[in-house]
Ligand binder design. Structure first.
Ligand SMILES: *[C@@H]1O[C@H](CO)[C@@H](O)[C@H](O)[C@H]1NC(C)=O
Ligand SMILES: *[C@@H]1O[C@H](CO)[C@@H](O)[C@H](O)[C@H]1NC(C)=O
Length: 306
């Protein structure tokens, strides 16, 4: 019964949102021909449209379904453009990042690195492209033109942006973790706990381009963690986030995001220095995650004893 109820409830919550996302995609795609003529207005309109869709799904998760997202670390200044790196666990990661973006007034300005194949998905792909999402193949020599397109909006036109990259390039799995550990051992690198070794090339390219702009002031390092019962890193699926009520209180999911802010002018100047900086950042992130895991497992034991 509860399942059937959840399916119905989830569909009723999700369908109007899907219709709206389709309309947003259509409108944003229609703005494409105007983009070369009125670039700033188009960017502002498409940001506002995107924000409406993103805020709506955020409200389904947090208000309708009662997800409680815990936030810690540095307060991120309102309206500040930044380069953002985060670890990638599950679909839920978007809600965690959006929680911070809402607080900083930057929700409509979030731009994620996306896979280039998405460009050929009708509406969705065009919409992402029209929004100014960098669509990359992760072969950085091939991506130069696309990055120029995205960076010029941020550098030359000073568009407010949160440029977000999941630096591990893929989601965490135990198999990928094993592969990462082997690779680090062979290449004499530090394998961070709970994470995959980060891809440094994209980060270096992004920082070296955007630091030329007075518009971009900082790098934010975001750490995302989940727990359910005694299972670390356990998060609900996309459909569960839309359909399961009281997801924190009744289902016992914990959602956590930790932010650190680094002024861009304090980062190393050289490519090599930046690669090392990101590596150290990931090692610290892994240590933070391990501390969180221990803290939560102590909590869990204490709760069971009660
Ligand atoms: C776009 O939005 C920004 C920030 O809200 C504002 O400063 C700028 O004037 C807007 N540009 C146009 C052309 O509307
Ligand atoms: C969430 O839990 C409360 C208290 O148990 C309950 O009254 C409410 O109906 C639940 N919400 C949903 C959407 O099931």
């Amino acid at each position: 019964m509860a399942t059937l109820y959840n399916i119905l409830r989830g569909s009723l919550l999700t369908l109007p949102w899907l219709v709206w996302v389709f309309i947003v995609d259509l409108l944003v795609s229609l703005l494409l021909p105007l983009l070369p003529i009125f670039p700033d207005i188009c960017y502002n309109i498409s940001s506002a449209l995107a924000e409406s869709g993103w805020y709506w799904i955020q409200l389904i998760f947090t208000r309708a379904n009662g997800a409680v997202i815990a936030v810690s670390g540095d307060i991120l200044p309102c309206g500040e453009s930044a380069i953002i790196v985060a670890n990638h666990v599950k679909w839920c990661d978007f809600y965690m990042i959006q929680e911070l973006a809402v607080r900083a007034g930057m929700l409509g300005r979030c731009r994620y690195f996306a896979k280039t194949e998405l460009r050929w998905v009708p509406f969705l792909g065009w919409g992402l492209w029209a929004l100014g999402m960098p669509m990359v193949s992760r072969r950085w020599d091939k991506d130069e033109k696309e990055l120029d397109r995205v960076f010029s909006g941020i550098v030359d036109r000073k568009w407010p942006t949160w440029l977000i990259s999941f630096s591990e390039a893929t989601r965490y799995t135990p198999a990928k973790y094993a592969a990462s550990t082997t690779w680090c051992a062979e290449n004499d690198r530090s394998q961070p706990q709970h994470l995959l070794y980060p891809r440094t090339k994209g980060f270096i390219t992004t920082v070296q381009h955007l630091r030329k702009s007075s518009n971009v002031k900082a790098v934010y390092d975001l750490t995302i963690a989940y727990q359910r019962g005694d299972q670390f890193r356990c998060a609900p699926s996309m459909w569960e986030t839309l359909s399961v009520p009281n997801i924190t209180r009744d289902k016992g999911y914990r959602f956590y995001i930790h932010a650190r802010r680094f002024p861009l002018n304090e980062l190393p100047d050289t490519d090599d220095g930046l690669a090392k900086w990101l590596e150290r950042c990931w090692v610290e992130k892994g240590n933070w995650l391990e501390d969180k895991r221990l803290e939560w497992s102590e909590n869990g034991k204490a709760q069971k004893l009660k």
